[in-house]
Design a protein around this ligand. Structure first.
Ligand code: KG4
Ligand code: ZN
Length: 334
């Protein structure tokens, strides 16, 4: 069975083709260059870019999979959550393809797709597991008991981890998106140089806005001493110290979730799962505790359509599908 996956929820226009649960092609066209000069995603520009790029990206995904549109059996698309105008482009295209070809179509939750991405690389994961979903829009821990059975253990009460990276990068005059830039800078800095706060809320909730404010205050202190953000401002030390705080909070909560649920598997998902320090710290801690860690490759951590196609395919296999009256939703809990 061939599934065409479409993803347009934020600033990546993506299409992928799966044969059952195996990836035949996975094409991502990033809009980063368009949004960079504004320091973040401009929703209206994102919609227009999706409109311009989606069909070329779909054609590229079909060509890379050596199939035609006539061979596709199912269309899966992200319909929530995300930027409403951006989602609308993908959902409308998916409906049009399904209607024209008279094939089923299924709407997918973006967060669920991120979590299931790990199954593309490790088809034998099995359930249950603890999933840490960390992206620009989400930071949450789930006890995943099976497909569609996601118990929310905790989530951020303010910024998502990726959002904190992007905001901190902005206040350090660094490029958007901040995650990859800070990750790179952090490797050259001393993570112990600034003692940024680690917020430990009750249960499994996260909070990153206090940390962001601490970085802002630290920067303001430097500026007030008239040193500006040019050297000798130790930007790599600030990056490393900020990253150490984020990673500590994420790892600590995840390991607590593992202890409380008694599961022996962890899945890390979302754009921030591409972070080098998070990956290595999680590996260390998982090894210590003798739990298996499933970290998808970078290409499956960031927004992509292969994960969307897989989520759609797995739900379709269970007899689910969406009607053509499905509307995109900007927010929706998993
Ligand atoms: O999953 P994703 O591509 O889109 C959303 O669904 O949000 O995640 C994007 C987020 C951005 O905030 C970006 O700064 C962050 O992931 N990110 C990283 C890294 N690469 C991307 N954060 C930390 N370290 C990275 N290496
Ligand atoms: Zn995402």
């Amino acid at each position: 069975m061939l599934t065409l996956g479409i993803e347009t929820s934020c600033d990546e226009t993506a299409a992928a083709v799966l044969r059952d649960a195996a990836v035949l092609s996975n094409i991502v066209s990033s809009q980063i260059e368009v949004h960079k000069k504004y320091g973040g995603v401009v929703p209206e520009l994102a919609s227009r870019e999706h409109l311009r790029n989606l069909m070329p990206v779909v054609r590229e995904a079909l060509a890379a999979a050596s199939v035609g549109l006539a061979d596709i059996d199912l269309v899966a698309v992200t319909y929530a959550p995300g930027l409403i105008g951006a989602l609308l482009v993908g959902v409308s295209a998916a409906k049009a393809i399904a209607y024209a070809r008279d094939i089923p179509f299924i709407g997918v939750h973006h967060g669920e797709a991120h979590i299931l991405a790990a199954h593309l690389e490790y088809p034998d994961i099995g359930y249950p597991y603890v999933a840490l979903l960390v992206s620009g829009g989400h930071t949450a821990l789930y006890h995943v008991k099976g497909l569609g059975d996601y118990r929310l253990l905790g989530q951020t009460r303010d910024d998502a981890a990726g959002e904190a990276y992007d905001k901190v990068a902005k206040l350090l005059d660094l490029e958007y998106p901040g995650g990859p830039v800070l990750d790179r800078l952090a490797r050259e800095g001393n993570p112990g140089s600034v003692k940024f706060p680690r917020v430990q809320l009750e249960g499994f909730d996260f909070s990153f806005s206090g940390l962001k404010t601490a970085v802002r205050n630290h920067v303001a202190l430097f500026k007030s001493r008239d040193q500006g953000l040019t050297p000798p401002f130790p930007v790599s030390n600030v990056a490393a110290s900020f990253q150490a705080a984020v990673v500590d909070m994420l790892v600590e909560r995840t390991m607590k979730a593992v202890a409380d649920t008694g599961v022996d598997r962890i899945v890390i998902a979302g754009g921030v799962a591409a972070n080098s320090s998070l990956r290595s710290k999680m590996r260390e801690r998982a090894e210590e505790r003798k739990v298996r860690l499933y970290l998808p490759g970078m290409g499956l951590c960031i927004d992509n359509a292969a994960m969307v196609a897989l989520a759609g395919y797995l739900h379709f296999e269970r007899g689910e599908r969406s009607g053509l009256d499905l509307n995109p939703r900007p927010t929706m809990p998993l």
